[in-house]
Design a binder for this molecule. Structure first.
Ligand code: SAM
Ligand code: SF4
Ligand code: SF4
Length: 372
């Protein structure tokens, strides 16, 4: 295979260089953007590598053996990540999710979890630390992660059928190993455990009801996610999206459901519970029903760029500031300024002009780099 021009696909080298502010300001525990959305959640990608090649995320044709993943010194160190997290918490972040790539491939991740678990909100509360993983090595790591202070884990699982799952992860990884990881995570007390199933029409939508049935009456909360047009390499098309309304209708026809009110404002998942008391499911309708109006999420890429939207084409290079000797006060001021200027509402705009946004010509950031 010939080398792939990754700069054309993953524009991590083209980022906004932010000036170091001359005047600094103190964090107040609340910073809001141009649409009055507070900064509340932080997702941190700890590696751009993964042992899966999910067709909707890291297709093999792009992320093949010649793909240039980042060198170790390009990655933020645990100290750098914790520094950004601490400043974010001072601005009002209450939830931190570690993601990737596959976060459990980052060596010593439990040390980072312990460092983050020591953070406190301005009024002295613990920060909610969570992790999204493909579950492949969860059985090995669950206890250490729990001991380090991890609270919750979300495990991705796209099918219970081995052939379907292997075709979707594209590395022939078996379902049974992920299910075992789930069991171990549950037994060590990580919870509530959520399961993410990304739906791609014609690939795994035939398994919707089987998945629902399997996880009904268990401690696990299954969530169905619409296939998103994130990145520039997953060949997204609207026809491959299974709308959440269809998911709910298909399950409801066999296992009656009723809608439940959200746990908190800004929750991305809409909740439904089984009428017979068998637990609940969630649907994440990122494509058919945007939730930009309440989006309070910032993302830090593996190499320390701050993105204010999953569909951004440009990040703000916080690593350059940190490695250039920026003080905490300066970094804090930069982060507040970036958030205050935020106007992102990609999904809302997409709903009103599908096609037009993709035609803009700008390369978008890949999910494995920015963290889902
Ligand atoms: N490797 C970990 C995993 O798979 O859970 C964490 C990173 S992955 C990028 C985070 C989440 O994004 C996963 O639940 C994955 O299924 C989801 N995801 C990736 N690409 C997606 C896409 N194009 N549309 C919707 N969800 C996607
Ligand atoms: Fe890897 Fe997660 Fe992307 Fe699948 S969704 S390729 S497991 S990063
Ligand atoms: Fe948030 Fe951007 Fe997604 Fe809208 S499109 S919900 S602003 S990440």
């Amino acid at each position: 295979m010939t080398g792939v021009d990754i700069t054309a696909l993953v524009p991590r080298y083209f980022s906004a260089l932010t000036d170091i502010p001359v005047a600094v300001e103190q964090p107040t525990g609340l910073v809001t953007d141009r649409y009055a959305r507070p900064l509340h959640d932080l997702r941190i990608s700890v590696t751009d590598r993964c042992n899966f090649r999910c067709v909707y995320c890291m297709p093999k044709e792009v992320f093949g053996k010649d793909f240039a993943f980042m060198d170790r010194d390009e990655l933020l160190s645990f100290e750098e990540i914790t520094r950004l997290a601490r400043i974010s918490v001072a601005h009002g972040v209450e939830k931190i999710r570690l993601t990737g790539g596959e976060p459990l491939l980052r060596k010593g991740l439990e040390e980072l979890v312990a460092m983050l678990a020591a953070l406190r909100t301005p009024d002295g509360r613990e920060v909610d630390i969570a992790l999204t993983t493909n579950g492949s090595v969860l059985a090995l790591k669950a206890q250490a992660l729990k001991d380090a202070g991890l609270r919750r884990v979300t495990v991705s699982l796209d099918s219970l059928d081995d052939a379907t799952f292997k075709a979707m992860n594209d590395v022939k990884f078996p379902v049974a190993k992920v299910l075992h990881g789930l069991d171990v995570a549950h037994s060590v007390g990580l919870g509530p455990i959520k399961i993410n199933m990304v739906l791609k029409r014609g690939q795994n939508d035939q398994d919707i009801v089987a998945m629902a049935r399997h996880f009904k009456d268990t401690p696990y909360i299954l969530r169905f996610i619409e296939f998103m047009d994130v990145g520039s390499s997953n060949g997204w098309e609207m026809g491959a999206v299974v709308p959440s309304s269809e998911v709910v209708a298909r399950i409801n026809a066999e296992l009656p459901l009723e809608e439940v009110s959200p746990n908190y404002s800004g929750e991305t998942s809409r909740r439904w519970r089984y009428r017979d008391g068998g637990g609940e499911i969630g649907v994440i309708s990122s494509v058919t029903q945007s939730f930009c109006h309440s989006c309070s999420r910032a993302r830090v890429s593996t190499d320390g760029k701050l993105f204010t939207c999953l569909f951004a084409t440009e990040g703000h290079d916080l690593r350059a500031l940190m490695r250039g000797g920026c003080t905490d006060e300066q970094l804090s001021t930069v982060m507040a300024q970036i958030w205050r200027e935020r106007t992102d509402r990609y999904s809302e705009l997409r709903s009103s002009q599908t096609g037009g946004l993709r035609a803009s010509g700008k390369k978008r950031i890949e999910m494995s780099y920015i963290g889902g």
